[in-house]
Design a protein around this ligand. Sequence first.
Ligand code: AMP
Ligand code: ZN
Length: 133
Amino acid sequence: MVDIASHPFHIKGNRLNFCDLATDSMEKNCPFCQIIIGEKPADFVYQDESLVVFKDIHPHAPIHLLIVPREHIRSLNDVKEKDKDTLYKMIMKAKEMAEEHAIAESGYRLVFNVEGGGGQVIFHLHLHFLGGW
Ligand code: AMP
Ligand code: ZN
């Protein structure tokens, strides 16, 4: 029996829904929030309670993944002390992805585009994982 009041999951229909974890912080017009709550499709390669990883729709490398926190954080400039675990998890997930794709040794690139001048077009924090050349 699940104690709903103290449980981070919400019930939708008859099932517990991971995606709803993001609901509280979601921005209605944010494409990545829409992906996270399942309103918009994406090619997911990993999901857990704090982050998701999906393939970039316009890849700039043979392997181009986006590592995205479920929480809507606008940009790296908005990251606060409270977000340190999220940032740590994103970077550790990138390392894991490199191992999984057998490119940890050969090398890969991690990129945060920060604000418009840095090339950021989606204002929901994400880490680009590029490799496989
Ligand atoms: P940035 O320029 O750092 O904001 O990167 C945003 C990235 O998101 C770009 O590389 C886009 O190709 C990618 N992107 C935008 N919309 C989607 C989508 N619906 N699914 C997957 N990737 C997307
Ligand atoms: Zn968002």
